[in-house]
Design a protein around this ligand. Sequence first.
Ligand code: MET
Ligand SMILES: [Zn+2]
Length: 337
Amino acid sequence: MDLGCAEETSSFMSGFIRECGGYVVIDGGFATELERHGADLNDPLWSAKCLIDSPHLVRRVHLDYLDAGANIILTASYQATIQGFEAKGFSREEAEALLRKSVEIACEAREIYYDQCAKESWGIMENVKKSRRPILVVASVGSYGAYLADGSEYSGIYGDTITLETLKDFHRRRVQILANSGADLIAFETIPNKLEAKAYAALLEEEGIEIPAWFSFNSKDGINVVSGDPIAECASIADSCKKVVAVGVNCTPPRFIHGLVASIRKITSKPVLIYPNSGEMYDAQNKQWVESSGDVDEDFVAYIVKWQEAGASLFGGCCRTSPKTIRAISKALSDKN
Ligand code: MET
Ligand SMILES: [Zn+2]
């Protein structure tokens, strides 16, 4: 797909949303779902560790989300970095191959899923092929803080030594590889501060990245992203970047989503995406999810329709959500629309 033309880029997501019937279902928590399947992710590579030792589990989780109704599956590359793989003793070439592998496995899962759908529909109605649900494979890019694996993806505090250039250099090669891997889009996820959003926007332009991207921030107060930078300022960086086709929030407690959607909507006319976590907080020191001490987030599926009314068009889940959550989101939206 050649998205060199700015107009094609800007209509990419609105076209996809239309194709999906007016709203899009994103998948749910990936790493936490791998853990539920028994993977031990206590490692600086987190979910990317499974690219090395259990690719079958990665495929399984993608398939579970497709079965649950997802139109978008995010690759296991969130914490897959060349620097992280090299620290484990892999060569540069091997590290780059592992990044590509994250996209290959997701594409393979999509093919398997389509084959299954085709077989099932042949059984039911001879000669009538069930129409293929539109599905995108989206390459996940986690923040510099995710690579550090010290909890700074939830504080956004990188210190004075980290500049725009440091962040661009850190992400450059990975973004180039993922952009040419066969993925349909790049998701910059859990962006914790304005500086990193600026670095991504600059990289997309400078490197002439030819697939579209989305920017997704995380917040712990509903007004700012986790670093304290206002969500409105972050959203406007995304709004100004031609290559960005959707803006939103992920890995954020459900109780903040409504306000964040409204704030982002005021800044941009690009489609808004949301994929909250379960409402639990990550305790970086003890490396575990703990119940939030603030307001309790009840099952957020009940609010999906409200978030759609507030202006969101893409809906999924982040950490500690599961295929069950995605199935329920899919149902809530199809009942309503
Ligand atoms: C800390 S947010 C993680 C996002 C990633 N796509 C995952 O679900 O694993
Ligand atoms: Zn998350």
